[in-house]
Design a protein around this ligand. Structure first.
Ligand code: CU
Length: 131
């Protein structure tokens, strides 16, 4: 591979965040909610998994999150830089804003084991298990 071709491949990869992922970028969804009670006090997201991403790698959080089919998948994630996570199988992409908690919530309709990954580098956040 000559140098100009190498540069072109790197440039395309950087723009698309493509990695080994087959996500259809046209179906981007952003399922975020903020738990707020009527008096304006934000509920602490108790009893739901929390993932902390530092420099593109998970530094805190469970390796697997498990739900029954028909249940509600719900977790929070925070990153120290703008990024995106992708829930495989469900094909959900969630934009992360540097330093802001995102609560991700959706119905567990598809049984199986699916990777949730960080899209800037395809590293694993955790495995989603629906049984
Ligand atoms: Cu992906």
């Amino acid at each position: 591979m000559n140098l100009s071709r190498t540069a072109a491949v790197i440039a395309v990869g950087a723009v698309l965040f493509a990695g080994g992922c087959s996500a259809d970028k046209s179906t981007t969804t952003n399922e975020t909610t903020t738990a707020t009670v009527a008096d304006g006090v934000t509920n602490a997201p108790a009893d739901i998994p929390e993932f902390i991403i530092h420099n593109g790698a998970v530094v805190s959080g469970p390796s697997t999150i498990s739900y029954k089919t028909g249940g509600t998948v719900k977790f929070t994630v925070i990153s120290d830089k703008d990024d995106q996570i992708h829930v495989h199988g469900y094909d959900k992409e969630i934009a992360l804003k540097s330093g802001e908690y995102q609560t991700v919530e959706f119905k567990a309709t598809i049984p199986g084991k699916f990777e949730i990954e960080i899209h800037s580098n395809d590293s694993l956040v955790c495995t989603l298990e629906v049984s």
